[in-house]
Design a protein around this ligand. Structure first.
Ligand code: ASP
Length: 590
């Protein structure tokens, strides 16, 4: 009777005595002459195989002495319990080993450029170049098992709630999400171009107008943006849209699948997630993606700073800015050097400078002490709630800079004071984002999200007169300082969409040219609709505890957009270019 292949990593004490056939890779070989140990690896895990001259057929032992790391082998043998003292608690199969009777090479391997083990000293470049070897490492395999489980659970929750998974095109027209498009030239229609989707945004809206009511897709999106440390040109979103929704309907379904997704990694998630408006988030944490694992809230010191005559305060307040503080409890011992570093950090985030006040043993120290009267000083400190032993960091600047700097310092201080509970996953919703932002350079309004986001009804009358004050029906879901996803209730009336385009400076002709199909569809009875998209890569990275998105994407690109394995992007044959109507570049002179 021929044996069926068994997963190596699943063998346990209870299998002792069984004859087994295993197939996989040689992870390690330890050759003691009369006794050879091979560790066999397959997707299920690792198991030790013993080749003992005294007990195993000679052919099998000879073959084992020739085996090398990453050879692919078939091994037959018998599961035997390990002797007391030989058990390996670090290995799931550590109670047993396999006494081999046969070894067959299915494929030989050259010496790999790095050892295929969880702990590797290979550089990431090398790992990406030999990605297939890197992906054999058990940690990486675990990440992809988790990713599969998460995607499966998300699909299940959405399917059970009546969402239809519908695919939308990759070769399409531009969908504005604020990034540059990847363009694909059309061979058939010379001079015409497809854009790869920055998101399925317009299609999912059209699907609502098509009567699908609930759509989702685990969708690939493409954005040609400057790759900051942890971004990819192409990434995967859990994208969904509902008809006739309120914000609460969106929150409900997202919370439901996030609970399931994180449960796959044994991470408990409690719902409902707390909510804060954009304004609250900025005022309290200086950012729209607050890390709520720790408190440390900012305070508004503008009133206490007004009229002090202190130049930095006067300057900031006089030019429409603000004075904001961060009380760091127990921060008085921060050294001068550390405060200089924090000042540098504040500057990096756009603030002109950083003021600090320390209170220790009843005594206040600060570079600004001399410039303030004691009641003024007292006013500031008491407004910030400073107690003995505390440090107060203050930024007087334009609101944007003050918030950006203090948000950064808040995170630094929390890390330094060990206030971050790494075992917590603090989710929240941030709502009521501004609809529009103003670009000082182009002197134009731009959509904070995308131009299809619905304004709040009560703010609509100010759309033309005070666009910056209009709040959107937009929301983000945030965890531990990461933005996991964003979405909105959309505009579903053509007249309002055209009004928003006008404020954005998208003229009628341009609007028709770029989004004519949407405006047309809005004419034929569009249901109110809204949705959201969440980054699946990020969810998986957080759930897996991975430090980089690249560890949960099978074939990622480097931060400069190169696929080191396939060497994409690459030159193409001149003939391919001519077919597309391009002249091949002239060969370079040698
Ligand atoms: N299309 C948006 C994005 O990709 C998400 C949404 O509004 O649903 O960020």
């Amino acid at each position: 009777m021929t044996l069926a292949r068994q997963p190596a990593g699943a063998l346990r004490d209870a299998d002792a005595g069984k004859k087994v056939l295993l197939k996989g890779w040689v992870a390690r070989r330890r050759d003691l002459g009369e006794l050879i140990f091979l560790t066999l690896r397959d997707r299920s895990g690792l198991v030790q195989v013993v080749f003992d001259r005294a007990r195993c057929p000679t052919a099998a032992v000879d073959a084992a002495s020739d085996a090398r790391s990453e050879d692919v082998v078939a091994i037959e043998g018998q599961v035997v319990p390990r002797a007391e003292g030989q058990r390996n608690r670090d290995l799931a199969t550590g109670e047993i080993e396999v006494l081999a009777s046969r070894l067959e090479f299915l494929a030989r391997s050259e010496t790999p450029p790095f050892t295929v083990e969880d702990r590797t000293n290979a550089t990431e470049e090398l790992r990406l170049e030999y990605r297939y070897l890197d992906l054999r490492r058990p940690v990486m395999q675990k990440n992809f098992v988790l990713r599969d489980e998460i995607a499966f659970r998300v699909r299940k929750v959405l399917h059970e709630r009546g969402f239809l998974e519908v695919e939308t095109p990759m070769l399409t027209r531009s969908t504005p999400e604020g990034a540059r498009d990847f363009l694909v030239p059309s061979r058939v229609h010379r001079g015409q171009w497809y854009a790869l989707p920055q998101s399925p945004q317009l299609f999912k809206q059209i699907l609502m107008m098509s009567g699908f009511e609930r759509y989702f897709q685990i969708a690939r999106c493409f954005r040609d943006e400057d790759l900051r440390a942890d971004r990819q040109f192409e990434f995967t979103q859990i994208d969904l849209e509902l008809s006739f929704p309120t914000e609460e309907d969106v929150f409900d379904v997202v919370e439901a699948f996030l609970v399931e997704a994180f449960a796959a990694a044994n991470i408990p998630v409690t719902r409902p997630f707390p909510r804060l408006t954009f304004r609250e988030a900025m005022d309290r944490y200086g950012t729209d993606r607050p890390d709520l694992r720790y408190d440390l809230e900012l305070c508004d010191l503008s009133a206490a700073a007004a009229g002090t005559g202190f130049a930095p305060f006067e300057k900031a307040l006089g030019s429409g800015g603000t004075v904001r503080g961060l009380r760091v409890p127990g921060g008085a011992p921060f050294s001068r050097k550390r405060l200089d570093e924090l000042t540098e950090k504040a500057r990096e985030h756009g603030a002109g400078g950083l003021l600090w006040f320390k209170k220790a043993a009843g005594e206040v120290t600060s570079p600004a002490k001399k410039a303030l009267t004691s009641p003024q000083l007292e006013g500031l400190l008491s407004r910030a709630g400073v107690e003995d032993g505390d440090l107060l960091l203050v930024v007087a600047d334009k609101e944007k800079a003050a918030f950006a700097a203090l948000a950064q310092l808040r995170a630094e201080a929390a890390r330094e004071l060990k206030l971050v509970d790494e075992s917590r996953y603090a989710f929240c919703w941030v709502t009521e984002f501004p609809l529009l932002g103003f670009d000082e350079e182009t002197r134009k309004w731009f959509p904070m999200n995308h131009p299809f986001t619905g304004p709040r009804e009560e703010d609509l009358e100010r759309l033309e007169s005070d666009p910056g004050s209009v709040r959107a029906r937009a929301y983000d879901v945030v965890v531990n300082g990461w933005e996991l996803g964003s979405g909105s209730i959309r505009i579903h009336r053509g007249d309002l969409q055209e009004r928003v385009f006008r404020v954005l400076g998208i003229g009628e002709a341009e609007g028709r040219e770029r989004f004519g199909f949407l405006l047309e569809a809005l004419k034929y009875g569009a249901p109110p609709h809204g949705g959201i998209a969440l980054g699946l890569d990020r969810i998986c990275a957080i759930a897996a505890g991975a430090t980089s998105l690249r560890d949960v994407i099978a074939f990622p690109k480097t931060t400069s957009g190169i696929d080191l394995m396939t060497k994409a992007p690459a030159a193409v044959f001149p003939e391919q270019l001519r077919e597309l109507g391009f002249e091949p570049p002239k060969p370079r002179e040698r």
